[in-house]
Design a protein around this ligand. Structure first.
Ligand SMILES: Cc1cc2nc3c(=O)[nH]c(=O)nc-3n(C[C@H](O)[C@H](O)[C@H](O)COP(=O)(O)OP(=O)(O)OC[C@H]3O[C@@H](n4cnc5c(N)ncnc54)[C@H](O)[C@@H]3O)c2cc1C
Length: 379
């Protein structure tokens, strides 16, 4: 469809900044930019009818890392990198609550737990020492008193099966991801940021005046600066980046009578995660059952992962003898992983920047990733 003169002078007029991807990272980048520079002409290009990445398809944990996960991260990328990442996540969670009222995103600060079983991948006998170690390390960095504690005495209350230890952090919470995305969309649009949905970027080219962006639309969009925030889908536009798509599968049950869970729960270095959604159970993960098959951007669910999750629900989470609840919804989303568990925030070409690879914790880290990419753009 050929453009009219009016469309060319407005929707498709040259921009100061174009952001690809309307997930948390793209939206927070637009939010921080427009608040710092209210006169900027900013457009977000999103291929879906709604944001169609992980941001509206996740579990809604506002978390910064569980005990076993952080101990694993330190082995993988060292203490300093782990501390930096945890700090970014924690600060991101503060930023979300600074900007938005808790009610807008159904935020509940019910705390987060981690379950441990004997013979699992994490040696349970290390738990007490690791909790003390992490508290000494993190408390001063995050300005908190005690980040984790051992609450194994609560296992019986929850009714978990074959679980021998339980750790707790009062600083974790849960929220409604899509409500937060919508709040961000409304916040940036009210300040003049344009969002073009159903607009898929096919390629881009840097030139002396900026960047030309080719999309599925007839128009070529010109911008001074381009920020790519496509996370698990990044390889399409940036094939050289160390980013591997990682599908996460989830289900939600029907309401469960006498449901006792309240909060967010982690198991097996974060490979399993569950929470309450009212009196329903949301359970996700088990990607480690089929690593290779789950390195995909396909948004299907698979029988193997879904049945593994169902078994985990009946054999670990719900008290023995509980009638199997109906599974009401199943879905998947795509995360971005790589060799390191740190985001990639860099200039990839003149005037082209990327903020990619949230490693499965983008709810928390996105606001700070946005601030960091803006710092690089300003240099
Ligand atoms: C099942 C699951 C559970 C999760 N649970 C949690 C959790 O509890 N807590 C947490 O912190 N994190 C969680 N995550 C991770 C979190 O959702 C992500 O880290 C975060 O949403 C990433 O945000 P993003 O903006 O970087 O990417 P996305 O939200 O994926 O956004 C990228 C956007 O780019 C668009 N796009 C891609 N290519 C193009 C193109 N060529 N042109 C135009 N648009 C394009 C996509 O449609 C998409 O909307 C979970 C993820 C999954 C999948």
């Amino acid at each position: 469809m050929a453009q009219s003169v009016w469309e060319k002078e407005t929707y498709f007029a040259p921009k100061d900044v174009v952001i690809i991807g309307c997930g948390f990272v793209g939206l927070w980048t637009a939010y921080e930019l427009i608040n710092q520079y209210p006169k900027l002409k900013i457009t977000i290009l999103e291929r879906g009818t709604i944001p169609s990445g992980a941001s509206t398809r996740n579990a809604g944990f506002s978390c910064f890392g569980s005990v076993s996960e952080l101990m694993f991260d330190m082995e993988l990328m060292g203490i300093e990198n782990t501390l930096e990442t945890v700090k970014m996540r924690y600060q991101g969670l503060q930023r979300i609550q600074e900007v938005f009222d808790k009610k807008i995103m159904d935020y509940e600060g019910n705390g987060g737990y981690e379950l441990f079983e004997k013979g699992g991948t994490y040696p349970i006998e290390k738990l007490k020492d690791d909790i003390n170690y992490l508290n000494r390390l993190l408390a001063p960095e995050l300005g908190l008193k005690k980040v984790y504690s051992d609450v194994s005495n609560k296992i019986e209350h929850f009714g978990f099966q074959k679980i021998q230890a339980l750790a707790y952090s009062p600083y974790e919470g849960q929220l409604h991801s899509a409500k937060l995305v919508i709040a961000l969309q409304q916040a940036v649009q009210s300040k003049g940021v344009q969002i073009l949905f159903n607009t898929e970027v096919k390629k881009f080219k840097s030139h002396s005046g900026g960047v030309s962006i080719h999309t599925n639309l007839e128009a070529i969009i010109e911008t001074k600066q381009l920020v790519i925030c496509t996370n698990g889908f990044a390889k399409q536009l940036l094939p050289k980046l160390d980013v591997v798509p990682a599908r996460g599968q989830v289900f939600v049950t029907a309401p469960i009578p006498n449901f006792r869970l309240k909060g967010t729960f982690h198991f097996d270095e974060g490979y399993y995660y569950f929470r309450n959604v009212g009196d329903r159970l949301l359970l996700g993960g088990a990607r480690n059952k089929a690593f290779a098959a789950e390195k995909t951007t396909s948004l299907e669910t698979s029988a193997l992962i879904q049945s593994t999750l169902e078994t985990f629900m009946m054999k670990r989470i719900l008290p023995k003898g509980t009638k199997k609840p109906k599974i009401e919804m199943r879905w998947s989303g795509v995360m971005a992983m790589g060799k390191e568990k740190k985001p990639i925030i860099e200039e990839v070409q003149p005037n082209v920047y990327c903020a990619i690879r949230m490693n499965g914790m983008g709810v928390a880290i996105a606001p700070i990733v946005a601030q960091k990419v803006i710092k690089i753009m300003n240099k």
